[in-house]
Design a protein around this ligand. Structure first.
Ligand code: UDP
Length: 235
C-alpha cells in the first residue's frame, strides 16, 4: 500500500445517490464496503463528511437568515451524515468513532486529537463531524485541517468526477484530465479543486490531494495502492 494513514473527504451530495436530497442507503453501504476493503489492508482511515445533501435541502428555509445561524445548521447536517456513515460502517463490521467539532456529547465524542490518533492506531475508522466548528468555513477546510492534525499522508477527495480537468467535463466535451498537477498550476490556471482557504492550507503544509471518482467500486483501494487514477495535486 502506498499510504498508511489517509483522510477521505466525502461531500454530502455524494451520499444522495440519485436522490434530490437526503441519504441513499444503497450508496452509503457501497461506500462502507469500499472503506472496509482498505481498512482490511491495514490502512488507517479518517473521514470528513460534508452536509450539502441535507443543508441545501433546507437552504430555502435559511434564506434571509443570519449567515452564522445558517452555518450552524450546515455543521449539524454534517453530524447527521456522520451518524449515518457510522451506522453503515458498523453494519459492515468496521469499528468506528464519530468525533464532532461542536459538542454533542450524548451523540458523539468531542474532537480530541490524541484520542482520534489512538483510535486510528487501533484500526478504528474515525469520522469527523461538525466541520471545523466555525462558521464561514467549509468541510473541505475541515478535511485539510484534520488531515494535518492527525498527520495523514494524503487527502483523498472522493467526488463523482474522476479527476481535475482543464474545464468542467460535465459542460465541455473537449476538457482534458490531468494525471498530476502542482498546487501552483491549479492556482495559475484558475482550476477549482477546493475552496481557496482549504487549498492554500494544504499547499502550505505540503499535504497532497488526490481527486478521484468515489462512485466506482474498488477505486478507493486503487488510489491507496498507488494506482494512477484520478488527479494528484502536490508541490
Ligand atoms: N460549515 C461551516 N463550518 C465548517 C464546515 C461547514 O459553517 O467548518 C457549514 C457551511 O454552512 C457549509 C455547510 O456546513 O455550507 C455544509 O458543508 P459543505 O458545504 O462543506 O458540505 P459539502 O458541500 O461537502 O456537502
Amino acid at each position: 500500500m502506498k499510504y498508511k494513514r489517509i483522510l477521505l473527504k466525502l461531500s454530502g451530495e455524494a451520499l444522495m445517490g440519485n436522490r434530490q436530497y437526503g441519504i441513499d442507503p444503497a450508496r452509503l453501504s457501497e461506500y462502507a464496503n469500499d472503506i472496509k476493503e482498505i481498512t482490511e489492508k491495514g490502512i488507517e482511515v479518517a473521514i470528513v463528511i460534508g452536509g450539502g445533501n441535507i443543508f441545501r435541502g433546507v437552504a430555502g428555509a435559511s434564506n434571509g437568515m443570519d449567515r452564522v445561524q445558517g452555518d450552524h445548521m450546515g455543521m449539524l447536517a454534517t453530524v447527521i451524515n456522520g451518524l449515518a456513515l457510522q451506522s453503515a460502517l458498523e453494519n459492515a463490521d468496521v469499528p468506528t468513532r464519530l468525533q464532532t467539532a461542536i459538542h454533542i456529547e450524548q451523540v458523539a465524542e468531542p474532537f480530541i486529537r490524541r484520542k482520534a490518533m489512538r483510535h486510528l492506531e487501533k484500526g478504528r475508522v474515525v469520522i469527523f463531524g461538525g466541520g471545523t466548528g466555525n462558521p464561514y468555513f467549509t468541510t473541505d477546510s475541515a478535511a485539510v485541517l484534520r488531515a494535518i492534525e492527525i498527520e495523514a499522508d494524503v487527502i483523498l477527495k472522493g467526488t463523482r468526477v474522476d479527476g481535475i480537468y482543464t474545464a468542467d467535463p460535465e459542460k465541455d466535451s473537449k476538457a482534458i484530465k490531468f494525471d498530476h498537477i502542482t498546487f501552483d498550476d491549479v492556482l495559475r490556471k484558475g482550476l477549482k479543486v477546493m475552496d481557496t482557504t482549504a487549498f492554500t492550507l494544504s499547499q502550505e503544509n505540503e499535504l497532497p490531494i488526490i481527486v478521484f471518482d468515489m462512485n466506482k467500486k474498488g477505486n478507493l483501494l486503487k488510489v491507496v495502492s498507488g494506482e494512477n487514477i484520478g488527479t494528484k495535486v502536490n508541490l
